[in-house]
Design a protein around this ligand. Structure first.
Ligand code: FCB
Length: 439
């Protein structure tokens, strides 16, 4: 394989994880219940009834896991903080042991020369807040800002860059509109206020983080290039509608101070000012493009998803289209121009069916090809003038892949869930060599 092209000086490479997907220790040290505990313990909600009770046992094995990040040669480790560990009931005084855990983790990164990049919310809402309406309730935005201030008060002397929310669109759609993720509510379009309350919580948290001295604040969105199924007017119109939902709903209010038409449920005077508080960076999670056609007569939504054919797929069935990353990045630049802050690709990666060979080797060549292709596409976007500052692989470890449980393996490192043994895959070795090459 040809060596990767050179990234600009200062470009940061790393790996990402999220609390509920790796930590386990669900009942330890005063942690409260989250919506994911409730959801995964409800029969029929996750594949094979899998839960995050133990996951990768990272809560106890964090030092070993940080050693892996250091061995890889990563500059940055993106992780998330579990709100229910900090405020078990969703509000009020913090739980000392919960804060202590992240304190140790951040110190552990500093000792290893790794930048800590925390995400404050990666979908694990305290169940107590869901019982009061969850993100359908405006009050949750205020609670989120309080929580952000607590965490920044403790970690802010060592953490420079923060991410507020992870993929609020996916949380809205899967969690509140279709009900296939926690909290499992299938409200359809009536879920729309969840978008506004997450954005409001984001804006309030940006202000709370800055007040606590944060250096840089970003939000992470899942973005996809939307391709019309054909050139027909009806398909192009449907693609535009889908693009507004997927890509613009959470970016227009932040970057332009306005919602796309018709998507502004729950807005009050002054909210958009808070939401559009300028950011220092924009996190982009990219996995695949989306092909969209006009709805059929039996479709409830104003668009229809059309499979992308003729390309490889991951074990999740997701189409592998590296150029889509280039198109997302240049598309952002074209759409938002000078209001676009510097970009970080905060997630990109794939699940594979890894064969563990008798000697313990895992030849995940599909993952190497995926990462290689996407890093080249990213490099092209930078050459085309898009200001991208970092790229993080999803994920360091195989982990609890939400409704798919442990069936989808996204890690550079395999986790044997019976023994909790970590086994670096060939992709880990490949990325490690690529990172070493830069120095
Ligand atoms: C993203 C999520 C992340 C992980 C990857 C595969 O949507 O942010 O937690 O599940 O997908």
């Amino acid at each position: 394989m040809d060596p990767l092209p050179r990234f600009p000086a200062g470009f940061r490479l790393g790996v990402a994880t999220a609390a509920y997907q790796i930590e386990g220790a669900a009942d330890e040290d005063g942690r409260g219940r989250s919506i994911w505990d409730t959801f995964s313990h409800t029969p029929g909600r996750t594949r094979a009834g899998d839960t995050g009770d133990v996951a990768c046992d990272h809560y106890h094995r964090w030092a070993e896991d940080l050693d892996l990040v250091a061995l890889l040669g990563a500059d940055v480790y993106r992780f998330s903080i579990a709100w229910p560990r900090i405020q078990p009931g969703g509000d009020g005084a913090p739980d000392a042991k919960g804060l202590d855990f992240y304190d140790r983790l951040v110190d552990g990164m500093a000792e290893r020369g790794i930048e800590a990049l925390p995400t404050l919310y990666h979908w694990d809402l305290p169940q107590a807040l869901e019982d009061r309406g969850g993100w359908l309730a405006r009050d949750t935005a205020e609670r989120f800002a309080d929580y952000a201030a607590l965490v920044a008060g403790r970690l802010g002397d060592r953490v420079r860059r923060w991410i507020t929310l992870n993929e609020p669109l996916v949380h809205l759609a899967q969690g509140y509109a279709f009900g296939v993720h926690a909290p499992g509510r299938a409200l359809g379009l009536a879920a729309l206020p969840v978008a506004h309350h997450q954005l409001l919580g984001h804006g309030m948290a940006v202000r709370a983080l800055r007040a606590a001295g944060a250096g840089e604040v970003m939000i992470t969105n899942n973005l996809t290039p939307v391709v019309p199924a054909t050139d027909d007017e009806a398909d192009r119109a449907a693609a535009g509608v889908y693009d507004a939902f997927h890509n613009r709903l959470f970016l227009d209010p932040i970057l332009t101070g306005q919602y796309p038409p018709g998507l502004d449920a729950g807005v009050r005077d002054g909210d958009l000012e808070i939401i559009s508080t300028p950011l220092d960076g924009l996190g982009v999670n990219y996995y695949f493009p989306t092909r969209v056609g006009a709805p059929g007569s039996d479709d409830e939504l104003p668009f229809r998803m059309i499979p992308i054919e003729g390309v490889p797929t991951t074990s999740f069935g997701w189409p592998v289209v590296p150029d889509g990353l280039h198109d997302v990045l240049t598309g952002l630049r074209d759409r938002y121009g000078r209001t676009l802050p510097p970009i970080w690709v905060t997630e990109n990666g794939c699940s594979t069916e890894d064969d563990l060979e008798p000697g313990g080797r895992i030849r995940d060549t599909a993952r190497i090809a995926y990462l290689d292709g996407h890093l080249r596409a990213l490099h092209r976007a930078i050459s085309d003038g898009v200001d991208v500052r970092g790229y993080l692989v999803w994920s360091l470890l195989d982990n609890f892949e939400w409704a798919e449980g442990y069936a989808q393996r996204f890690g550079l490192v395999r986790v044997d869930y019976d023994t909790q043994r970590r086994i670096p895959k060939d992709s880990f070795t490949w990325l490690r060599a690529a990172l070493a090459d830069r120095r």
